[in-house]
Structure formats: C-alpha cells, structure tokens
Design a binder for this molecule. Structure first.
Ligand code: MG
Length: 262
C-alpha cells in the first residue's frame, strides 16, 4: 500500500531531507585521495547525530554502518572500510537519516581527484537520469514514466540500467511501497498521487546491467567488473509538482572537515 503523506508529515520529511542533504554535501567536500571510506562513514555518523537524528542505515537488517560506500565496480550497499580512496576512483556515498520519526535518503557519486573522462560522463549522465526522473514525479503520471525516463536516457548513451535494485516509497520507514524501478514503460504502473514521497535512485553501469553480491552478503558489484554510478534524491509529490526534499544549495561548509580533525 502506498502511503500518501499529509502536509504536516511532508514538513517533517522536509526537515529530514534537508539534514541528510546537508550531510551528503559536506561528505562530498571531504572526499579526496588518501581518505578512507571508514573516515567518511565516521564523519557522517557524527554529523547525523549532531543534527539530532539517527543514521537510518545503521542496524537496518543488520547493516553495520551509517553510509553505504561503493567504489568503482561496486554498485550499491558497499561497506565502509580502511580502503583509502585513490585518484581516479569514483565513490558512491548513500546516506539516510531518521529525524523525528521520518526518513530522508540521498546518494551521489563523487569523482576522486583526477578521473578519466569516461567516468565523469557516466556520473553526469546518471545525474541527468535522476533529473529526468524527477520531472516525472507528478500527480497523474505513472511509475512507468519515471522508470522510462531513466532507462531511455541511460541506454541512449550506451549505458545499462541495474534491474535488481530499485527506488522506493519513503516515509516513517526507509523502504515503503511502491518499488520504483529505473526501467519501465510510459503510462504503465500505479498512478502517482499528491502526497506520495519517493526515493528515486538510478544505478547506471558502463557495461552489463547484471550484478552479483559479494561474500559479505551486502556489497553489490557489476558482473563484468566495469564501473557503476548511483545518485538519489527524496522527492515529495505536491500539488505544485515535484519537490526535491534532499536538495540543498551548494556551498562550502567546513563542518565535515572539523569533524574529521577532532
Ligand atoms: Mg534508497
């Protein structure tokens, strides 16, 4: 069952979305060659708790960390580790917060140092896929319109779309109905209604769309070992159209640096 949110509930989700958006923005700012993905995880947890929220991922079905840290051929759900990011890597950070009972969920893929053009292009197209998907988050359209917007654009650039992992409704729980695939047919699937809140998250691969899960039981990698990019926003469907709750104005904020130095 898809749960429509009241205006008051969306106000709360706006606060959760703003916080997690700020956290992600600040994490993006600390990514550089030599930092470990565990350092990024620790900075995330501190910022989330300092913001009066809980790291939604931590303990979720036993997931042990506050962020998912997925490097290069890792698609999603990677474990933060001692691995030090290197120039040329692409690094997906996925983070969720629970603030006053409501969840915000967002992700981005960050180039580490100098990255080859092919990967910058993959990231850019993945971001454009999300922007196109957001345009479809309107009352009266259908879930298939969202998936099609992603698939058509990604495949048009010669990339492939991950099938096994999808976006989702979001609210008091991180994963609510409906599932929101990044593929589909225009005009098909459930109708989108005002008050729905969606986490839309294209996962776009340079090579095959096929994936497998590593022995840790979580980390999803591409089957062919080629790179993958991931980006996500939490979006409320309002009478006025899509409202991206996790979008924050860009600006340099040194809070994450401060957290790291403590
Ligand atoms: Mg999500």
């Amino acid at each position: 069952m898809i749960i429509a949110k009241s205006k008051r509930e969306i106000d709360k989700m706006r606060a959760a979305g703003k916080l997690v958006g700020q956290v992600l923005q600040e994490l993006r700012g600390i990514v550089r060659p030599g930092i470990s993905t565990l350092d990024v995880d620790r900075a995330a947890e501190r910022m989330i708790r300092d913001g009066g929220a809980l790291p939604t991922f931590k303990g979720y079905h036993g997931f042990p960390y506050s962020i998912c840290a997925s490097v290069n051929e890792q698609v999603v759900h990677g474990f933060p580790s001692d691995y030090q990011l290197q120039a040329g890597d692409i690094f997906s950070i996925d983070v969720g917060v629970t603030l006053e009972g409501f969840v915000g969920d967002t992700a981005t893929t960050v180039p580490v140092g100098e990255v080859r053009t092919e990967l910058l292009q993959l990231i850019r197209v993945t971001e454009e896929c999300l922007a196109r998907a957001i345009e479809q988050c309107r009352a009266g359209l259908h879930l298939g319109d969202i998936g099609w917007a992603v698939q058509e654009y990604a495949e048009g650039h010669g990339y492939s779309v991950v099938r096994e992992y999808v976006g989702h409704g979001i609210g008091r729980k991180m994963h609510e109905d409906p599932q929101i695939p990044n593929y589909g047919k225009p005009g098909k699937g459930p109708k989108i209604r005002t008050g729905y809140v969606f986490a839309v998250e294209p996962m776009i691969n340079l090579g095959t769309h096929e994936t497998k899960v590593l022995a840790d039981g979580w980390t999803v990698v591409t089957l062919d070992g080629r790179p993958s990019a991931h980006t996500e926003h939490t979006i409320a469907i309002t009478e006025a159209g899509p409202e991206v709750l996790t979008l924050v104005p860009s600006g340099v904020n040194r809070q994450a640096e401060a957290v790291l130095c403590n």
